[in-house]
Every structure is written in C-alpha cells, then in structure tokens.
Ligand binder design. Structure first.
Ligand code: ADP
Ligand code: MG
Ligand code: MG
Length: 859
C-alpha cells in the first residue's frame, strides 16, 4: 500500500498537514470514543499528486476499496446494498479551515435500486426519494458543473412527486453532461473524490486563500464517511454549536439547531434555526450527551471548539469539530478565562491573541445616544460599526468606489469578492453560524445577519412599509445587530477609552482580560515601545497608551501654518528668520519634554526638502502672471518664483534633504540644536527631568555625521544648565546600513527609518507604487504583503541585521530602534525582536498593539 488513506482510528489531531483539519479532528474524536460515523481520509499528498498529474495517483482507488471493505465489515452493512444501503459522504477538508469554499457531496451510493432499499429500511419513502434527488443535483453541480438553478425546486412534494422529480433531474443531468447519471456506485464515489480534489482550485477557494494568506499548494484531504440522517423526521435534526459564545467569549454553549434537516441547510442559512437550548426540551438525552461531549472536547483541545452534529432518530452523531473562530473580543476573554480555569498558562494566553485583534477592538462604534431608532435588529454576527451605500450583489460591491454595505438574503461562497469589498454585510436569513457570519468574523468585517423583518429582493429592501434602494445609505452595528437608515455618527471604542484612562477594567470581562494580558506582555517583552509624536497632545496620549518614550519627533511639522513664512524667508536668505524660529521651537520642545518627563524624546532635525514649504510652481507662476498682466509688480512672489525654479529637483526624495540640508543651509541645524538644549535647560530649571536626544536624518557617510556632531556638541556645551544630550542617526540609506561600523563611531544610537530604507533598497517610490504596480506584484506573488506594511525580511531586513551587528561591534552599548511605519506592524515587531533591537516606535494608536506583539514575540 502506498499510504494515501488513513482510517479514522489511525489518525489524530496533530496530523493536519496530511489529513487536513477536518480529517485529523474526526480521527481525534474517534480516538476519544465519541460517536463519529466510521470513515477514512485520503491524504493531502494524494490531492497534490492528482492536481499535478491530472489523474488519480497509482494505487489510490485500490486503497480506497480496501478501506471501504474494512468499514463495511465493521458496520455490518454494504455500500449501496439494494436491501439496506450504506451511503457515504465525500467531504473536502484542508489544513486550514476554508468554510464552504470547497465541495462536499452527500448520499453517494444511491441509485435506482438502492433508493428502494433506503425507503424500505427507513420506512420513509419520501425521505429516500428526497435524498436521491439531492444527490443527483449535488453530484451534477459538483462533478459536472451543471448549474444548480437548472434543477427545479424540491418544494413540499410527496414521495410520488419526488420520484417524478428524480426522473426530471436525471433528464437535466443527461442534457448537460451527455451521459446518464451513473448507476455504478463505485464510479459515483471515484468521480466524487476527483471533484473534491479539483475544488481546491475553485476560483472562490483560491481567492479565499489569497485573502487569508493560506499557501496555494497545500491541497485538500478527502474524508469519506458513513452517512447519518438528520432529515428522518422530528426526532432527527442537525446543528452547529460552540463551546463558548464566539461573539463575546462568555461561558455557556451556543448554537443553532434545525429539526428534520440535513447539515448544509444550517450553514447555508436557508431556513431559520432555533437556539441550541431548545434542544434541551426536544431531546433532553441528546442535549445532555452533547454538552458532556463539548466539555471533553474543550479539555482535549484546551480552547473554544465548534462542532457540527446530527441526530438521527434520537441518536447523536458528531460530524466535525475544530478550534473555533471567534471575534477579537472573545479571543481576549477566552484566553483570560482559560488561564483562570487552569487550562493554559499566561504565556500561552498571549499566544492566543494578536495585535491585529486588539487593533480591531480599537475601532470606533456607533454613538447610541445620537442614533435614530433602528429600522430593525438582526443577529449580531461580527462586531464593528459600518455605514455605506446599499448594494445587492457581489459585483456591485466589488465595483463600488465608496463605502458599501452588501445586502443579501443569505450569502454563499460566490459572494466572497463582494464581502471583501464591502464595509459590512447584512442578511435576512441565517444565524451566527451562517456563511455570512462565519466568513465575516474571519475577515474581521462587520456583519448583521438573520434580520428576518427585512424583505430583500434583487433591487430593493422593504422594511415596515419603507423601501430602500441600491445607493441609499444604511448603517449596521455588528455588536448589537441594529440596522439604521442613513449614516449614524460613531464614537470611540471602549478599549480606547480604557487606554485613555476614562474607564477602568473593573467588572468588565473584556477590559479585565486585556489588562491582564497587557501586563503580562509588558512584563515579558524585551523590546521597548516608543511613539512617533510631534505635539505635546500626541505625546501625552502615547504615554497614556503605554509608550515609554518618543522615538521620533518630526520637527518639520513645527514649521507649518503661520511659521511657513519664516521658512520662506530663510530660503530667500533672510537669516533673521532663524532667530525668529528659535523661541518658537524652544517652546514646542519644552511642552514635549514636559509631557514626556523622565522618558527619552528623540528629536529628528529637519528632514524634507525645503521647497516643500514654498508655494507650488504652478501657483506662483499663475500669481506672477496675473500681477504682470495687471501691470503690477509681483514683488515677493517674483523672488519666490525664482527660488522655486532654482530649487526644483527631478527626484526630491533623493535630493537636498536630511543631513544634506544641515550641511548646506547655514545655521538651520544649529538653531534646532540650540532650541533643544535651551528647552531642556529650562525644564531642568523648572524641576523637570527632560531626556532629549538629537537624531540626524538621511546620513549615508560617517563624515556627514561627524561634521554635524562637532557643531552640535559645541552648541550643547555652550548652553548652561542643559542635561547630557545624546546624538545619534537614522539608518535609512542602504550605505548607512553597510557602513554602520564606521557610523557608530559618531552615533550613540541608531534608529532605522524603514520607510526610506525600504524605498531606497527596492528602488521604488512609496508615494507612487500603490496605484502603479503593487496590485499586480501582489497577485504575481512577488511579495505577499506590501513591503511598506510588513518589513521585507530578506532584503531590507538583512540590511537591518547587518547594521545592528556592525554598529554594536564598534559601540557595544549602542541603542537601536526603529521609527518607520513598520514599528506598529505585528509581523515586523516580531522581526525587530529577533534582530535584537531595543525598541520600536509607532503612532500613538498603535502603541498598545506594538506592546502586545513585543510581549508575544518574547514568550
Ligand atoms: P464544510 O467544510 O463546507 O463545512 P462539510 O464537509 O462539513 O463541509 O459538509 C457539509 C455538511 O454536510 C455538514 O454540515 C454536515 O452536516 C453534512 N455532512 C457531511 N458528512 C455527513 C455525514 N456523513 N452524514 C450526514 N451529514 C453529513
Ligand atoms: Mg463543515
Ligand atoms: Mg526618512
């Protein structure tokens, strides 16, 4: 045997690579002695082989037959037996969960003779013919791409009606495929296996993987298992359940149950379900058994699990389990609960939450006090607040330019592009486990589902006599399920208010969980977290959010507004402008040092090309032309125009900026250094503890830094009462990274400016790439994420590693940080941790995210 097939009793939950998540977990449940219908799994390797060669791997089908025979012996029934047929489901299941993206075919083994056996055995003719017609439809659609709509609706026909329908379905099948529906049951089985293999490459599955960053070459496993039937009458049914509430994380079991139905009916949200707790009255024995199984699963997986189950004539069967998806809030609450319950350690709890989830919790939500009365309330399926124009189909959502809400009766996997494009999703059918809910939660997108009062058609939405059309604006609140007409104002998140100090965590499960995990993250982290802040207000917020310093204060922001004219005068050579700027800068710095008293504040000397402070060439040209036409003297505009022309650069980002300005424009850096020193001296005099540092931008050669440093040191020495002020440099030109050993001789600290370093290393302008070619590059797989979002570890990252190593070789106590956008990006934070940096610096709102990730990187 080549080893392509594993019986459920052979596998376990750690074999997800080979058996897929579904197969590995079915095996685990079988191992635990839970009631799982017998079956076996074809490995992902077989799928990879099939997709590579286009045909079934040698020996696979023989192996399948072998396992099928073993299974028949165990159950004591035979596949497709005309007297009492064993029927099979053929289910996809990849390593990573891809809900509803691939195919599953139920009731394999029914044909013209076994349908009679099923009817006799179940004593239910209607049920048998209904199963048969479902098979022809599902098989036709999945294996031969017969459009589902070609098959007439099942409706409420009786057995005779369904029998006629089977004949009609067969004709449809014949007409589309040019062959009869296969009566040979082994052929059915083999064709179904191939179709499931191929469904790995379905367009929607490929798109989903791209969105979720799942590798495209893993392939799916195929699970073949005995069918059990939830559609055998009122003592049968099917359901989906969670061991805790996946929306809030609170303890208790949650789920949806549908009586007298087959599995897909629940997930598809086609009929409205009842709550799991109602099962307690309908079938108390099964309910109790289910609860105890759920408890055992939680213990085994040490996490929230979701399950699919079916009850056939009062007997409970487990069809699926996995560690369940959850909202960001639930992730924090559950992680903290599991620590309390003694199930996991605090270190593990940190691994169970992400900075991305924390970021989502910091989004604003609707302001309840100013919201109008809601139009209706549906199921709160995925939290957040979203407002946008109504679109009724995926294509319109994908084509929209502004924010849209995708409004559908229910969604199916074909709606994925629209769901990605929309701000939020609203459906009128289905519960928390419907397709819309599951996919939206996975994407972190706002979703309200099951808003039953809405009548949704192709081009309008009717609610209580009111009609809304495509393009009308609505707002949806995924936290409480409310739907509003118009655009509702939003307010800050509870989590943000907690970080701001406006709320305490006491008594709030979410805030308490966050507090606990943040304390552990700070305690574990090796990387410090600083903030990029230019004003005292930003600095104060950063401090409240837990920043332990300012890693980047951009002084150019201090030259905007009224002060712009002083830069103009400076450019025009009026040197008293510097004297006028000095006291203004000094006051700015004083405020900043006060807000960050006792913590380092890294001040970057002016960086951008000075002509950015002048009016544009077009504007000036027009003004001068107008004046000349009127016979007036253009005056100052004329002089400015000449200056703009003189300073014009083809590539300003590679031009006269950063340290180059300091070396070319006399007195500019000196003024800034003096302002820093005098502000610090003033704070010391006032009893403060200022800790300024001076940072020189865009250095590429140690000589540049040495010249600036010599001048700065003499100014610092000349200001009485100033504390010691360290001088360092940004590393943002590749040459600086490569010559870091020399540069460290003149720098007490480095800060990687990874925005410039990325654009200079790749040689593309970050202001121009997004529209130009990044989309194409992402889809071609040149990179999986924009290197401006997540640091490119191989190229730019290598320069970082080189600079750290060479810089510390020269100066072992060199402080090294990063102040580009990457400082607040979770994956990049982990990289900087590995690279041995001392801190990351990011925007104030990203500070809690970076703190969490710095902690996670260290445990
Ligand atoms: P997905 O990965 O899209 O959830 P599944 O493989 O879980 O697809 O199958 C879809 C549905 O088919 C499930 O909800 C389940 O209830 C039903 N199903 C699968 N196998 C069986 C079976 N052996 N007996 C009864 N129902 C089944
Ligand atoms: Mg499933
Ligand atoms: Mg820069």
């Amino acid at each position: 045997m080549s080893g392509y097939v594993y019986d459920f009793i052979e596998g376990n939950k750690d074999l997800k690579d080979l058996l897929g998540g579904k197969g590995a977990n079915l095996a685990e449940m079988t191992r635990m002695g839970l009631p799982v219908p017998p079956g076996f799994t074809i490995t992902t390797e077989a799928c990879q082989e099939y997709l590579r060669t286009g045909s079934m791997p040698t020996g696979l089908l023989a192996e399948v037959e072998h396992h099928l025979r073993q299974m028949q012996t165990r159950i004591g029934r035979t596949f497709g037996d005309p007297r009492d047929p064993l029927l099979l489901s053929v289910r996809s299941g990849a390593k990573f969960s891809m809900p509803g993206m691939m195919e599953t075919i139920l009731d394999i083994g029914l044909n013209d003779s076994s349908v009679a056996g099923l009817a006799r055995q179940s004593g239910d003719e209607r049920f048998a013919w209904d199963s048969y017609r479902r098979l022809i439809q599902m098989f036709g659609r999945t294996v031969f791409d017969v459009p589902a709509g070609e098959f007439e609706d099942g409706g409420d026909r009786d057995a005779a009606g369904l029998k006629e329908l089977v004949e009609a379905y067969k004709k449809v099948f014949q007409a589309h495929t040019g062959r009869d529906f296969p009566q040979a049951i082994h052929e059915q089985l083999f064709l179904a296996i191939g179709a499931v293999f191929r469904s790995w490459n379905a367009e929607r599955a490929t798109l989903y993987r791209r969105q979720e960053r799942i590798p495209q070459d893993l392939g799916t496993a195929v699970n073949i298992m005995a069918m059990v039937f939830g559609n055998r009458g009122d003592d049968s049914g099917t359901g989906v359940a969670f061991t805790r509430d996946p929306a809030t994380g609170l303890r208790g079991s949650y789920g949806d149950y549908l009586r007298n139905a087959q599995g897909e009916d629940v997930v598809a949200g086609i009929r409205n379900t009842i709550g799991l707790s109602e099962l307690a009255t309908i079938d108390p024995a099964s309910y109790r058994q289910l609860l105890s199984i759920m408890q055992r699963l939680e213990q085994r997986y040490r996490d929230l699990c979701d399950i699919e189950f079916t009850i056939e004539n009062g007997k409970l069967w487990m069809l699926q389990t996995r560690v369940g998806k959850r909202t960001p809030a639930a992730a924090f609450v559950i992680a903290a609960q599991l620590v309390d319950e003694g199930t996991i350690t605090l270190d593990e709890a940190l691994q169970r939450v992400t900075g991305q989830q924390l970021a989502q919790l910091m989004f604003p939500s609707f302001d309840e006090t100013t919201a109008p009365p809601p139009l209706t309330t549906g199921v709160a399926a995925s939290p957040g607040a979203a407002a946008g124009a109504i679109v009724f189909d995926s294509a319109a959502a994908a084509a929209a330019t502004g924010p849209v809400i995708l409004v559908r009766r229910e969604t199916n996997p074909d709606d994925l592009p629209g769901m990605i494009a929309a701000q939020g999703i609203l459906t009128s059918r289905g519960g928390k486990t419907s397709h819309a809910a599951v996919v939206a939660r996975g994407m972190g997108k706002t979703c309200v589902c099951g808003a039953e009062e809405l009548e949704i058609s192709d081009d309008r939405l009717v609610i209580g006599g009111r009609t809304l059309y495509a393009g009308d604006v609505i707002s949806i609140d995924g936290t409480n399920g409310r739907v509003y007409a118009g655009s509702v104002p939003v307010h800050a998140s509870k989590v943000v208010r907690y970080f701001e100090g406006e709320l305490t965590a006491h008594g709030d499960p979410l805030l308490s969980a966050i507090e606990r995990l943040m304390i552990h993250a700070d305690h574990s982290a090796r990387l410090g977290v600083h903030a990029n802040a230019d004003t005292s207000a930003d600095a104060a917020r950063a401090r409240r959010f837990g920043a332990t310093g300012i890693g980047l204060c951009r002084t150019e922001h201090m030259f905007l507004g009224d002060r712009r004219v002083l830069i103009e005068r400076l450019i025009l050579g009026e040197h008293d402008a510097l004297a006028a700027l000095l006291p203004l800068q000094r006051t700015d710095f004083e405020r900043l040092f006060e807000a960050m008293d006792g913590l380092p504040v890294t001040i970057r000397l002016i960086d951008p090309p000075l002509h950015e402070f002048l009016p544009s060439l077009e504007e000036l040209t027009a003004r001068v032309a107008r004046a000349t036409a009127l016979g007036e003297d253009p005056g100052r505009d004329g002089v400015l125009l000449a200056a703009v022309r003189r300073m014009h650069e083809q590539n300003p980002m590679l031009g006269l900026r950063g340290v180059r300005l300091g070396l070319v424009v006399p007195g500019l850096f000196a003024m800034q250094v003096r302002a820093v020193a005098e502000a610090a001296a003033a704070r010391v005099a006032a009893g403060g503890d200022p800790r300024p540092e001076i940072m020189v931008p865009l250095v590429g050669a140690v000589q540049e830094l040495e010249i600036v440093r010599a001048e700065a040191e003499s100014i610092l020495a000349s200001v009485p009462g100033a504390p010691p002020i360290r001088i360092g440099t940004m590393i943002e030109v590749p040459r600086a990274a490569l010559t870091a050993g020399q540069i460290a001789g003149a720098a007490e600290f480095f800060s990687f400016g990874t925005n410039d370093l990325t654009q200079m290393t790749w040689g593309f302008s970050r202001d121009d790439v997004e529209g130009a070619f990044f989309g194409r590059y992402l889809s071609l797989g040149v990179f999986a994420t924009s290197p401006f979002e997540t640091i490119d570890p191989d190229g730019v990252g290598e320069l970082v590693r080189i600079a750290v190593e060479r810089g510390r070789a020269t100066r072992p106590d060199l402080t090294v940080g990063v102040c580009g956008e990457h400082g607040g990006d979770p994956a990049s934070v982990h990289f900087f941790h590995e690279a041995g940096l001392d801190y990351v610096s990011c925007s104030p709102f990203r500070v809690p995210i970076a703190r969490l990730e710095a902690g996670r990187a260290a445990v």
